[in-house]
Design a protein around this ligand. Structure first.
Ligand SMILES: CCCCCCCC(=O)SCCNC(=O)CCNC(=O)[C@H](O)C(C)(C)COP(=O)(O)OP(=O)(O)OC[C@H]1O[C@@H](n2cnc3c(N)ncnc32)[C@H](O)[C@@H]1OP(=O)(O)O
Length: 194
């Protein structure tokens, strides 16, 4: 059963997403967009360390191994952590569009419990774009990439200007990210179209 509400139905006039010509080739790992991102960054010891890979069109696949630090009930992944894995995977789609966007709405179905030690196999795709609104969907499977769906989500991301981060982020982290001598890291911290 899907939890998709009317708010996540693309409006009339929505168009198919267009893969950016400079998007990573299908099969290529996207790498972390920001070292301190809880979803994908290597600098978060209890983070998800999710690894996403470009697919065909505007799709990605990703893997997340549930660690003991991600428990809710004994031996089981916390639902909020699973929602984070879906959010991060969906967010990584924006790198294929080369659009800076943030999650406006995320609707999640939890279909099966996910034990600690499980590899969650995630797939996500952008389904439609309407102005600044980006509609997308994702699944997380267990027992292999073709295993049963344990979690799924539908989302609306909203395109923002880089000012969104500069105006709202804490100054220390903004300054650190902006002054990174590595141009790629500086750019990807905010997923800005270079
Ligand atoms: C750098 C990449 C990082 C990726 C990390 C993983 C993704 C994340 O977790 S991002 C972090 C979590 N998200 C956030 O912090 C976002 C917080 N929210 C906001 O900043 C704002 O509400 C924001 C930007 C989403 C929308 O605000 P604003 O820019 O003023 O746009 P606004 O005019 O309200 O909305 C634009 C359109 O989206 C729609 N919309 C906005 N929010 C929603 C929502 N929750 N549900 C449905 N529709 C919505 C509006 O109805 C509007 O539609 P229309 O154009 O048809 O009228």
């Amino acid at each position: 059963m899907s939890g998709t509400s009317a708010a996540l139905q693309p409006p009339a006039g929505a168009v198919k997403p267009v893969r950016h010509p400079d998007a990573p080739a299908p099969g290529e790992l996207l790498g972390a967009h920001y070292e301190h991102c809880f979803g994908c960054g290597g600098g978060q010891s209890h983070g998800l360390h999710l690894e996403a890979r470009a697919g065909e069109g505007v799709t990605v696949t990703a893997e997340f191994v549930v660690q003991a630090a991600h428990q809710g009930a004994p031996g089981l992944a916390h639902g909020g952590v699973l929602a984070t894995a879906l959010d991060e995977t969906l967010g990584s789609l924006n790198w294929l569009l080369r659009t800076i966007a943030v999650t406006g709405r995320l609707e999640t179905d939890f279909a099966r419990p996910v034990p600690v030690g499980t590899t969650l196999h995630l797939e996500a795709e952008v389904t439609a774009v309407a102005g600044r609104k980006i509609y997308s969907t994702a699944t997380g499977r267990i027992g292999g990439p073709s295993g049963p769906v344990a979690v799924r989500a539908d989302a609306l991301f909203v395109e923002v200007d880089v000012k969104h981060f500069v105006e709202h982020g804490r100054q220390a982290e903004i300054d650190a990210a902006m002054s990174d001598p590595d141009q790629v890291r500086r750019t990807r911290a905010f997923e800005v179209n270079p």
